[in-house]
Design a binder for this molecule. Structure first.
Ligand code: PEP
Ligand code: MG
Length: 901
């Protein structure tokens, strides 16, 4: 049998179902499933994601030929179910064409509505509906959408204006009207004429009148949109593979713009911002699809409760609310009830919060889409725990529902309660995405990086702004509701957002915003509270939120299933403390060099480096000893009862010496030598490739007195704490070994020094002695190394650097191009390259354990806090991962998920 490329659905029947999302995309699979469970869905069909891949390989003509028989049959099925005819003048079938990938990519792909209209069909629709205005408005929208998306008239840069918008604006201006709804039928006819002329002018071709030609054009445009820059960017941001492709959904149109008994909207089964179990959403009467999210008209709440809260935020009186902004519950109570029943059914069926699109056509409700709703981290946690408490899902499912990286949002700042009291509120919008942000105003997304902390201020955002939204600290829009592009995307990113702040007037040309007559320029500071919708003047102090309740329960649950411990990378008692509060069980990496930069330490270390004799070096090291000992005491105390891995000095020495003449002079004076002596020494430390130079254990092996001093400081600190009854558990770690000899040599010095201290003190303490595996040769010879070492810690930063041969510090010049061209899928310094570097990690672990089965193995490179890498570490059988304090909860959750998966 030949391959099936098209799956039909309609009237309670479907060829697909929910678990076919890889083939049908999320939207297509759910449209099929909704049919099967009796939710009213307009009939249609889905072209599979595999066809997108075929399209990219074979091109348009071959793919059309392959699809034709199935698509023709599927259209015939829709014709039969709707009693209409595709391409007919009197009784035309109109369809929507939408993309739908496996993972939801909101706003990434373009949609075309009302396809099938032409100069004859529009009259047919007008006659059939008895509503010429509706017919012509639909036609006007279709020509515009099709022109923008399929024929490429949509402007590419922000300076250019959409030609269709320009024509509409001209017309409105000439007539002295403001809203699209104020156009007359004649206006609409004229607009269509001018739109088509604009198409002809720009493309040299007539607007296609044949429904089939329109359909194929639209289908191919959806496939093309899979590789547009914003889709590419979204995929990279969310780790979605390029090869997945998008499906295409073709569905009979239903119209929310057929008059006052028609409407369209979006609804959520629970609150996407807080996770509360309240049905909510927004709608517009007499409107079509994109109107609700585009922010051109202010959508209204579907239920009375939501509507009242909205009115309060906006300062709208109850009377005005009822007359001007009534809820669906008030305008169409029966349909609201029906919608409420559908949402309950959908949530019960999918056992997760759903985000639905609906349309009411002349009093009949249709569901156009349902999917797992995007939500903030707070909502993600609350919904998972609520569903667990409600008995709808089990513990494992609750944990798997959580996106580890998203937990980061919960650690995001809130305003300092004192500071915010004296802050001046400039404006109020909708609390679109919670959190607090303070930063400098930028007006264009591609300029978001202009300031280290920026707030993106837009009239409204669009998918083109995605990258800038991700960079900005917060987003403020003048238009748009809770389901506007800005709001939905910001919530997905966990970014603070205030939307629909009507009091803010943005002037892109002047790069200013005006609030109550006062002008704010680019670069000025403002602050946003995404939880209340308030916009403040100036910079307002923010602070970290406290975490308790469901967050704590999630972490407890994670602990129940996890097999790996999570440690932290910390160089100070403060960081150690934070990490411990997040549940870190020990320190996996304490980089001792970071302690050298503070106060008098740097002077002593410089003296050590610049000394020309062993004695001179020892004298300087003796000055450092008390500082180091004190630092270690602090860290051991903060992590009492847990292992603390202290790494011996690692970076090349030239990082510590002064490179500026003024500082060199100062140092020369202090040391009583000439500045030339200092300069000569600094020059002699210069290396062509310091990352591969005199660093790591090479330092300790050439200057054993450094290792001696550090070991002494560690052991003495531990003994001092022991004397105070504090349980210090030192683990001494040798960096950057490539041969077992390098390790053995260091081990000899460390053991010798420790024994000496034990003798001096007449007391002992247990300690571990291990090494980092961060040079490929160390991984390849791990069996030899393990014979001598108590533990391995994979330093995947250096291991990645040396396996790829990419300099950690210079990758920035070519990485963006490599990601763009698909040579690399991710930055390998963020996401562990399991295929290559991962092999060394696996081999090193296996070889090590082949001679020492209970060898303790961990990871301390940046990858230790990245979920997919953490899961890899679990599969390799590591004992622990170690990451920066704020990533500890993320790693804990990922580790638990790995164990469950
Ligand atoms: C590593 O190389 O992975 C590591 C943790 O050490 P550093 O980043 O300090 O080189
Ligand atoms: Mg390293």
């Amino acid at each position: 049998m030949s391959k099936k490329r098209v799956y039909t659905f309609g009237n309670g029947k479907a060829e697909g179902k929910a678990d076919m999302r890889n083939l049908l995309g999320g939207k297509g699979a759910n449209l099929a499933e909704m049919n099967l469970i009796g939710v009213p869905v307009p009939p249609g069909f889905t072209i599979t994601t595999e066809v997108c891949t075929e399209y990219n390989q074979l091109g348009r003509d071959q793919v059309v030929a392959l699809l034709k028989p199935e698509v023709e049959a599927a259209i015939a099925n829709v014709e039969q179910l709707t009693g209409t005819k595709f391409g007919d003048a009197k009784n035309p079938l109109l369809v929507s064409v939408r993309s739908g990938a496996r993972a939801s990519m909101p706003g990434m792909m373009d949609t075309i509505l009302n396809l099938g209209l032409n100069d004859e069909a529009v009259e047919g629709i007008a006659a059939k509906s008895g509503n010429a205005w509706f017919a012509w408005d639909s036609y006007r929208r279709f020509v515009q959408m099709y022109g923008d998306v399929v024929l490429g008239l949509k402007p590419e840069t922000k300076e250019d204006i959409d030609p269709f918008e320009e024509i509409m604006e001209e017309r409105k201006h000439a007539k002295g009207i403001e809203l699209d709804t104020e156009f007359t039928v004649d206006d609409l006819k004229d607009l269509v004429k001018r739109f088509k002329a604009a198409v002809k002018k720009q493309t040299g071709k007539d607007f296609p009148t044949c429904a089939w030609e329109q359909l194929w054009g639209a289908v191919m445009a959806v496939f093309d949109s899979w590789t547009n820059p914003r889709a590419n960017y979204y995929r990279r941001l969310n780790n979605i593979p390029d090869e997945w492709g998008t499906a295409v959904n073709v569905q009979a149109m239903v119209f929310g713009n057929m008059g006052e008994t028609s409407a369209t909207g979006v609804a959520f089964t629970r609150d996407a911002a807080t996770g509360e179990d309240v049905f909510n959403g927004e709608y517009l009467i007499n409107a079509q699809g994109e109107d609700v999210v585009a922010g051109t008209r202010t959508p209204q709440n579907i239920n009375v409760v939501g509507s009242r809260i909205w009115a309060e935020f906006q300062g709208v009186s109850e009377e005005e609310r009822k007359s001007r902004y009534p809820s669906l519950e008030e305008t169409m109570p029966e349909l609201y009830k029906e919608l409420d029943a559908v949402q309950q059914k959908l949530e019960e069926h999918y056992k997760d919060m759903q985000d639905m699109e609906f349309t009411i056509q002349s009093g009949k409700l249709w569901i156009l889409q349902t999917r797992s709703g995007k939500r903030t981290a707070a909502a993600m946690v609350k919904i998972a725990m609520d569903l667990l408490r409600e008995g709808k899902i089990d513990e494992k499912t609750a944990l798997l529902r959580l996106e580890p990286n998203k937990l980061d949002e919960l650690l995001h700042p809130v305003f300092d309660s004192i500071a915010v009291r004296s802050a001046k509120v400039l404006a109020k919008g909708l609390p679109a995405s919670p959190g607090a942000a303070t930063g400098q105003i930028v007006f264009f997304a591609d300029e978001a990086a202009k300031f280290p902390q920026s707030i993106l201020v837009r009239i409204e955002t669009s998918p083109e702004d995605l990258e800038g939204m991700n960079i900005a600290r917060g987003i403020l829009t003048a238009r748009g509701g809770m389901t506007s592009h800005a709001a939905v995307v910001a919530r997905g990113m966990g970014k603070c957002c205030v939307s629909g702040a009507g009091g803010v007037k943005v002037d892109y040309r002047a790069r200013t915003m005006t609030i109550e007559g006062k002008v704010y320029k680019e670069g000025e500071w403002i602050s946003l509270n995404g939880s209340t919708g308030e916009v403040y003047e100036g910079e307002v102090l923010t602070r970290k939120p406290d975490m308790s309740g469901d967050f704590g329960l999630i972490m407890d649950l994670a602990a129940k299933f996890t097999k790996m411990d999570v440690r932290t990378n910390a160089d100070s008692p403060k960081d150690a403390q934070i990490a411990k509060e997040f549940g870190a069980k020990g320190i996996g990496l304490c980089r001792t060099e970071h302690m050298f930069f503070e106060g008098h330490r740097i002077k002593a270390i410089r003296e050590m480096i610049l000394a020309s004799t062993v004695d001179g070096r020892k004298r300087a090291l003796n000055k450092l000893l008390p500082y180091q000992r004190e630092d270690f005491e602090g860290i051991f105390e903060a992590m009492a009862g847990y292992g603390v891995t202290i790494r011996l000095l690692d970076p090349p020495l030239h990082e510590f010496v002064p490179h500026q003449l003024a500082t060199q002079r100062e140092l020369a004076e202090e040391m009583g030598v000439s500045v030339d002596v200092i300069k000569a020494k600094v020059d002699s430390l210069e290396e062509f490739n310091p990352m591969l130079g005199h660093r790591g254990c090479r330092l300790g092996n050439t200057f054993p007195e450094i290792t001696e001093m550090q070991t002494r400081a560690i052991i003495e600190a531990a003994l001092n704490l022991k004397a105070k009854g504090i349980d210090a558990r030192p683990e001494i770690m040798v960096p950057l070994i490539g041969t077992v000899k390098e390790f053995d040599m260091q081990a000899g010095i460390i053991r010798g020094t420790a024994n000496k201290v034990f003798e001096e003190r007449g007391d002992k303490i247990d300690y571990l002695l291990g090494t980092m595996i961060e040079i490929p040769r160390a991984a390849l010879t791990a069996d030899l190394v393990a014979a001598e070492a108590d533990f391995f810690s994979f330093g995947t930063n250096d291991l990645t650097q040396m396996t790829f041969g990419y300099s950690r510090d210079d990758i920035g010049t070519f990485l963006p191009i490599y990601l763009d061209k698909g040579i690399l899928k991710h930055d390998p310094f963020q996401v562990l390259d399991q295929e290559g570097v991962g092999q060394l990690v696996q081999m090193g672990t296996q070889k090590g354990r082949s001679v020492k089965p209970d060898l303790k193995v961990g990871i301390c490179g940046e990858h230790g806090g990245e979920p997919s890498s953490v899961k890899f570490c679990h599969r390799v059988g590591m004992n622990y991962v170690s990451c920066s304090p704020y990533r500890v909860p993320i790693a804990r959750l990922a580790a638990a998920q790995a164990a469950i998966e």
